[in-house]
Write a protein that binds this ligand. Structure first.
Ligand SMILES: [Zn+2]
Length: 271
């Protein structure tokens, strides 16, 4: 069984895996408040499970990097336990981690994200890798990979019913670490960022205007959604769907060869 965690390789094994074309998965999360019923490490636990399991089942095609534990979280700083990294620092840090893999000869990189506010920044980091190196990089939130399973089971209203410490995240955590969930405190049934047809937020679709308020202004419990609808069975189905899709995307990404670059600019003679 080939090793599935990058951190367990020796340096010669790392060179061999680059030569064999392993796809690198970089899990990225956050430490932040998740209501009264869930610990602050939810984003870490969920993204770690999806990425490590996908790599473990991929027969060596995927290699999971050590996780980036902290994320961009300024809007949540009114809640204790939350840690934020400034957006520019976060982007540079993620870029440097990814670029180190490129320098070792890995040429397919996937960021899997577990925290909503990281997503736009990781999209830009992936684009920066594509624009500045010959490697290919892509990014996705793990819940998007679980969409099929969510569509079959979702009981929360849309929009706003699945956004933060909600049916989705609580189900996954109930599946993975039930002993750390206190469902007697999962009473925050809130949809704080759902204001009108222009501004609403949900893991599975947002309104046309991007507007993120400071969270303490609008949420009492820290929750956005309905955690009472969570079950461990749903969590297992969400996780399994995301794992399967990550493996099949990695297979496609490994095999995809982009057409060669072209340069249609005017070339002055003599330059
Ligand atoms: Zn979360």
């Amino acid at each position: 069984m080939p090793k599935h965690l990058d951190r367990t390789l020796t340096w010669t094994e790392a060179r061999d895996r680059a030569a064999q074309g392993a796809v690198i998965v970089i899990p990225v999360a956050a430490i932040e408040q998740h209501g009264h019923h869930l610990p602050i490490d939810v984003d870490n636990v969920l993204v770690e499970h999806v990425t490590e399991e996908a790599a473990r089942r991929s027969a060596g095609r995927l290699l999971t990097a050590p996780m980036i534990h902290y994320g961009f979280n300024e809007h949540n700083m009114g809640f204790p336990g939350t840690i934020t990294v400034r957006e520019t620092v976060f982007m540079d840090f993620c870029y440097d981690v990814a670029h180190s893999f490129v320098r070792q000869g890995f040429d397919r990189l996937i960021f899997i994200n577990g925290h909503g506010s990281n997503q736009m920044l990781l999209n830009l980091v992936a684009r920066r890798i594509v624009n500045s190196t010959q490697a290919l990089a892509a990014s996705a939130a793990h819940w998007w990979l679980a969409k099929r399973a969510v569509d079959e089971r979702r009981a929360s209203a849309f929009p706003g019913g699945m956004a933060h410490a909600c049916e989705f995240e609580t189900s996954m955590y109930l599946y993975l670490k039930p002993e750390l969930v206190d469902m007697s405190k999962a009473t925050g049934r809130e949809t704080p960022s759902t204001l009108n047809e222009w501004i609403y937020d949900d893991l599975f679709g947002s309104g046309p205007f991007h507007f993120v308020n400071r969270w303490s202004r609008i949420s009492e419990s820290g929750v956005e959604g309905d955690p009472q609808l969570a079950t461990p069975e749903k969590g297992r189905a969400f996780a399994e769907c995301a794992i399967e899709n990550l493996i099949s995307f990695a297979r496609f990404f490994r095999e995809y060869t982009p057409p060669p670059d072209r340069d249609f600019n005017y070339q002055p003679p003599g330059l």
